[in-house]
Design a protein around this ligand. Structure first.
Ligand code: ADP
Ligand code: MG
Length: 834
């Protein structure tokens, strides 16, 4: 045994760690290049012969510039170096295998690269062994830039970046949309009669060029392919022909899939794909099998993406990490993940492709639900909430003054709220119900309990205008109780704001109404006990964390007026409990909704005038986005109001209301509208919520095609609030399919649930939920509408797992934790569990 063997051993020691760490050059303090060079210098000092010096120089060379290499290249270098050392050792008689490990450079366990900081650190034991789970390092490896995949490189990587593929992992998850079945070869004499795609194999026996018949027409090039039964002509035009000529020589063996025709006395195809069979080991990736079809861009070709995926799968397919525990996979009867990824791209059969899709969809849904389960757990574990006493004099008084009987649905939902309030667990509930179903009333009831228990309530709306309207609604609902309700708005004079803040801080304010800024910007509550978040139809992420950071543990109620089917509610609000008001107060009438063509405008005005003369009132709405009511929009609305007053309805009183008006002005206008002094109210979408004038039974919406479905439904909810028949008239000129569908849905139904479903269908889940609810994982294969069963299964497993191992501490669950963290752009504070 010589010294050199020992040195080579030392050189080899960090390799394993390095590979497990994803080849980030973090296994030794100064980087592998320095490390190897240091030890090979020592080795040189004791080498005896040329072959010994050579291996050291060879090693030096392999690690030259190591820190600048790609992780994949680094992996190659390490494999080469390992091979070198191993084969050297085989040649040397090992006499004394003991180590000289005392003065080794220290291994480091800290990740230096913050990009990888989210992943669990690889634990290092002093002898160079790393902690088990190979899937963890595989997971890390998937983050290697896609440019290092053989055949890709920086230029192609930039094409891939356009479709969101940055890393090897992204590439492997660039799933096909569909497949072509090209498994069954035919003999050429058989093809050309079916009209569908057929696959043949044969040799190129002749290549013929035709000059274009007309000037400017493309050149035609024919490749004659023969298979001993017949000849088929592959006809290519223009550039394709030229390109094929550079690739295909006479004698080349091809597999061709195409639509063959029998015309001009020959079997020919213009619609085909082919694969050159260079040697027997070339797998038929484009033809001769079930072939994937990928979503493409102008620069991304089917052939290109298939080749890259084939390479990536061949080289790294076996390094795809398994992310689910074995028990779950067995219980759910799922294919293993590496196989699933391979099979979804290049399936052996349609059944396998289906099984692969199921597995991968399951993963997506599982991690979605696991994140929700964790959120829920974290919420529940946050410690004690408030235990409210739910028998309340204030509530009694409120009910006494309430001019109507609660609906059964309202009673049921209120009982659910009361149970939450009485419990020590902080409430975290979603209240959904159609426009006008009476959510605000129920929320106000919860506020009376809050105040009676000595706590303050907060009511948050997505925009200032909506906040203002809630403020008025609450004021009128709660007026008999003599409460101090405060409005806090961004555009209030500083003095008023300070005043409002002060009364919130010292507890004079019982209820504070405002936007989300109420919670976010340094507003201090004396004793916040109940928070209502009105999400309206914008599904957004609720900044519940900010509440926590304020050191308060209030009950939280999220209200939405766009009810969604239960499974969807579970998906998007899966960490909340859901209450639904599924019944409208009695006396509500279906609003008769029509789509009015532009040329019927005059008749429509006459119709409105007629109804107003009978005593009704009307809203005329212009499509302005409430947050950004621009001056020119305001101007348009103002001019319209003048036009209506002077030219169309000179005998009636026309009023105008918009978001840029001062609150008092708006209040005045609304008051005169309520009193019937204004017959026709021209408005922007400020009236979307909260406005309640039962006598107003006509709504005309201009440019209805510009509104979203949820918003149209909200607007329409302002009429149909009395026993008079109500009308909603949509003037729309839909320029696309989608807009047309929206208008048609409005005409067809009044049911908020149906409208939400349609909306979801039209827009797709991504957009419907406000495009990737900040932090929520992306669904690439799973479809939350179609995969409801799979979703329920994944949900059950995820929630069960969270019960059994809430902090994901089990070593078997480390991979789950790592995947969860990468999928959810949210920093789960798992340290707070347990
Ligand atoms: P939402 O917030 O769900 O849109 P609101 O609570 O604002 O609904 O109620 C809409 C209108 O219906 C308001 O005028 C409200 O006073 C009235 N209302 C609520 N509940 C009832 C009920 N049970 N019976 C009759 N009218 C009701
Ligand atoms: Mg309301």
């Amino acid at each position: 045994m010589n010294e050199l063997t020992k040195i080579l051993d030392i050189i080899k020691r960090p390799f394993k760690l390095e590979v497990k760490g994803g080849c980030q050059d973090q296994s030794v303090v100064d980087g592998l290049e320095n490390y190897v060079s240091l030890w090979s210098d020592k080795g040189r000092a004791c080498s005896l012969n040329i072959s010994e010096t050579r291996i050291l120089s060879e090693l030096n060379r392999l690690f030259e510039n190591y820190s600048h290499l790609s992780p994949i290249e680094r992996l190659n270098r390490i494999q080469d170096a390992t091979g070198l050392i191993d084969s050297f050792n085989e040649d040397v008689q090992v006499e004394n295998p003991d180590f000289i490990g005392e003065d080794l450079p220290l291994f480091i366990s800290q990740s230096r690269n913050s990009e990888f900081g989210v992943l669990p650190k690889v634990d290092v034991v002093s002898d160079g062994e790393v902690s088990d789970d190979p899937d963890l390092s595989r997971l890390k490896f998937l983050r290697t830039s896609v440019q290092y995949v053989r055949g890709i490189g920086p230029r192609r990587a930039s094409i891939l970046r356009e479709v969101g593929v940055e890393t090897l992992g992204d590439l492997l998850e660039y799933y096909p949309r569909d497949y072509l079945d090209r498994r069954n070869f035919k003999q050429i004499y058989q093809v050309g009669r079916s009209g569908s795609y057929e696959t043949i194999q044969g040799k190129v026996v002749n290549i013929v060029d035709f000059l274009p018949k007309r000037r400017g027409a493309p050149k035609v090039c024919k490749f004659m392919v023969y298979d001993e039964t017949a000849v088929a002509a592959l006809v290519a035009f223009g550039k394709r022909g030229g390109y094929m000529q550079t690739l295909l020589k006479i004698g080349a063996e091809l597999v061709v899939s195409g639509k063959f025709k029998r015309s001009y006395n020959e079997i020919q195809t213009t619609d085909f794909e082919y694969e050159i069979l260079s040697s027997e080991d070339v797998e038929l990736i484009h033809t001769g099998r079930i072939v994937p079809k990928y979503p493409l861009t102008a620069k991304l070709t089917q052939r290109g993406i298939r080749n890259w995926l084939k390479t990536a799968l061949d080289e790294y397919g076996d390094s795809i990490p398994e992310v689910l525990p074995l028990e779950i996979r067995q219980r759910q009867n799922l294919m293993d993940r590496p196989t699933a990824v391979k099979q979804i791209h290049f399936p052996d059969s349609h059944q396998r492709a289906q099984a692969a899709r199921t597995r991968l969809a399951y993963d997506e849904l599982f991690f979605l639900e696991l994140g929700l389960a964790l959120r829920k757990k974290l919420w529940e574990l946050q410690g004690q909430g408030i235990t409210f006493k739910t028998t309340s004099d204030l509530l009694e008084k409120f009910l006494l003054f309430l001019p109507f009987e609660l609906t059964n649905a309202q009673k049921r939902v209120f009982d659910e709220l009361k149970a939450d309030m009485a419990s020590a667990r902080p409430m975290n509930r979603l209240l959904q119900g159609d426009v006008g179903s009476g959510k605000t009333v129920v929320a106000a009831m919860a506020l009376t309990i809050t105040i009676d228990n000595g706590y303050q309530g907060a009511f948050m709306a997505p925009t200032e205008i909506l906040a203002e309207q809630h403020y008025y609604t609450l004021n009128s609902l709660l007026s008999p109780l003599n409460l101090n309700i405060i409005l806090l708005k961004g555009d209030m004079p500083k003095r008023e704001k300070d005043e409002a803040r002060k009364s919130i801080r010292n507890g004079d304010a019982h209820i504070a109404v405002g936007t989300h800024a109420l919670i976010q910007e340094g507003v201090e509550f004396k004793n916040l006990g109940f928070v209502i978040i009105d999400e309206q139809h914008r599904f957004g992420v609720i900044q519940r964390k900010t509440l926590r950071s304020k050191g308060v543990m209030p009950d939280v109620l999220v209200m939405t007026a766009t009810p969604i089917p239960r499974t969807l509610a579970l998906t998007v609000y899966g960490d909340l409990n859901v209450s639904t008001i599924d019944e409208l107060p009695p006396g509500r009438r279906k609003v008769d909704t029509r789509w009015v063509p532009e040329d019927k405008r005059q008749e429509m005005y006459e119709f409105i005038e007629e109804l107003v003369e009978k005593g009704r009132q009307a809203y005329l709405v212009y499509p302005l986005v409430e947050e950004s009511e621009k001056l020119e929009d305001i101007k348009a609305a103002t001019e319209m109001a003048e036009h209506f007053q002077n030219d169309i309805f000179p005998h009636l009183k026309v009023g105008l209301i918009h978001g840029r008006m001062r609150s008092v002005e708006k209040q005045d206008i609304m008051q005169s509208f309520k009193n019937g002094e204004i017959h026709i109210l021209v408005s922007t979408t400020v009236i979307e919520v909260g406005i309640d004038v039962p006598n107003a039974s006509i709504m005309l919406i201009e440019h209805a095609e510009r509104f979203g479905l949820a918003q149209l439904h909200q607007l329409r909810g302002r009429v149909g609030r009395s026993s008079h028949k109500s009308h909603c008239l949509l003037i729309a000129d839909p320029k696309n399919e989608e807009a047309l569908r929206r208008v048609k849905v409005m005409v067809r139904t009044n049911d908020g649930f149906k409208i939400a479903e349609e909306d979801l269908l039209i827009r797709g889940p991504g957009e419907f939920f406000g495009t990737r609810q900040a932090g929520m994982p992306d669904l690439k294969v799973a479809d939350i509408e179609k995969d409801t069963q799979l979703l329920e299964r994944a949900r059950a497993e995820a929630f069960e797992l969270m019960e059994s191992d809430p902090a994901l501490e089990d070593p078997k669950h480390q991979i789950l934790k790592a995947v969860l963290k990468t999928k959810w752009q949210e920093n789960f504070d798992m340290a707070s569990i347990g």
